[in-house]
Design a protein around this ligand. Structure first.
Ligand code: HGY
Ligand code: MN
Ligand code: MN
Length: 408
């Protein structure tokens, strides 16, 4: 099969740079579900896909899908891809690299036809920023984008269904996003987004399972009042109640092996230094490799905050905005991927993913695997997120070896 050159890796990274230029917030890399910048990225990727001999379509969930034909009709389909939406002020590789590497792979194959077709998918939304619902794109592939999800509203009150219509698509046609029956495997190439591979001085990881994650939104209701005239014992301060909750989140996660929990968003209203906050909303993101441990710790935190707010005379409402169970990757495929890494002369490292990925949605339907690339500094969901050129070349060589395996 074809050799991989450093030019192929450079192509992938250059494509990530070109896509990073399309943002909804100038000065940052920020693209949310079907935003104006997404349309620009679709146009850019469509041109790349067509130049590689692919046919291109956009399904009704806004996933951009390029199909590279097989050497014969009616052939099975290998699905590759990742997401092109980002968190606010993101890096340029989270998600996107998982579209750029497969395109670089096809570029290296250089028109050769294989006994299977290759579909490369740029998922429309994985992060869950605009609608507080992660995996919108990949949910559509597995038939889990239903009326409840379509009724979700963004900060401007636009429903998910309307956002799809505003992009020129029809939510009534979501069946067009379904994984085709002849799709036999999904491989997602992604940066690790953590410090492990770098600490081991290894370029590539093979994901064995993606940890369970739940996200909640909490609203604390106290009494706004004058900061200067209201005695401390007469206050119903919503922000100090939230602060006690946030401290309890940190304390529990630090004392529970394998648990991570984060409050990443907090809004205090009315939001003036001389007004006691009357209403506070905050998020909770809690993860563990074991569903039951994730659930029991989430339950403990939410029971604790409910009791504490009762004592403080503060109202608290809790909404679970999303939850994903821990998802193992396909054992045989992970083995083939590890063997492909070894055949490039590198040491494969099997690991779990603390980050969620579209693969966790597809793995329940088709054999799925993930190839991780080392993240320098372990820094991600940050503009300084990076990836090393040699590691991109290593990933491409691994993917090429895997294609050889799948071809026989
Ligand atoms: O938050 C996550 O785990 C992923 O980056 N969406
Ligand atoms: Mn991410
Ligand atoms: Mn990602």
């Amino acid at each position: 099969m074809t050799a991989i050159s450093v030019a192929d890796a450079k192509y992938a990274l250059a494509l990530c740079d070109r896509i990073a230029a399309h943002t909804d917030v100038p000065g940052t890399i920020t693209r949310t579900f079907l935003s104006p910048a997404t349309r620009d990225v679709h146009a850019l990727l469509t041109a790349e896909m067509r130049a590689l001999g692919m046919t291109v379509r956009t399904d009704s969930a806004g996933n951009l899908r390029g199909l590279y034909p097989a050497d014969a009709p009616e052939a099975p389909v290998l699905l590759l891809g990742s997401h092109i939406d980002t968190v606010p002020n993101a890096g340029r590789y989270d998600g996107i690299l998982g579209v750029a590497v497969p395109l670089a792979l096809l570029r290296a194959i250089n028109g050769k036809r294989l006994p299977f077709a290759i579909e490369i998918i740029a998922f429309s939304e994985e992060e869950g920023i605009r609608f507080k619902l992660p995996f919108i794109g990949s949910r559509a592939l597995i038939g889990e984008l239903g009326p409840d999800e379509l009724a979700r509203t963004d900060a401007d009150g636009i429903t998910l269904a309307q956002a799809i219509r505003n992009f020129g698509l029809d939510p009534a046609n979501l069946a067009d996003a379904a994984i085709t029956p002849d799709t036999f495997t999904f491989l997602e190439v992604h940066i690790e987004q953590g410090p492990l591979l770098e600490s081991l001085s290894l370029p590539l990881g093979i994901v064995e399972a993606i940890v369970a994650q739940s996200r909640f939104e909490l609203t604390f209701s106290g009494q706004a009042n004058h900061a200067g005239t209201t005695p401390m014992d007469l206050r119903r301060d919503a922000l100090t109640a939230a602060a006690a909750f946030i401290s309890s989140v940190e304390a529990l996660a630090c004392s529970t092996r394998g648990l991570v929990a984060t409050v990443g968003v907090i809004h205090a209203l009315p939001g003036a230094p001389n007004i006691i906050p009357g209403t506070v909303t905050c998020s909770l993101d809690i993860r563990h490799a074991d569903d039951a441990i994730r659930d029991s710790n989430a339950g403990q935190l939410l029971a604790q905050v409910t009791a504490d707010c009762l004592r403080r005379g503060i109202g608290v409402t809790i909404r679970e905005t999303s939850t994903q169970r821990s998802m193992p990757m396909d054992v045989a495929l992970a083995g083939a991927l590890a063997e492909a890494v070894s055949r490039t002369g590198r040491q494969p490292h099997r690991m779990n993913s603390g980050a969620g990925h579209d693969a966790m949605m597809l793995a329940g339907k088709i054999p799925s695997a993930m190839l991780f690339l080392r993240t320098p500094g372990g820094l991600s969901h940050h503009p300084d997120e990076s990836v090393a050129l040699p590691d991109v070349q290593a990933a491409l060589e691994t993917c090429m070896r895997l294609l050889e395996t799948l071809t026989h």
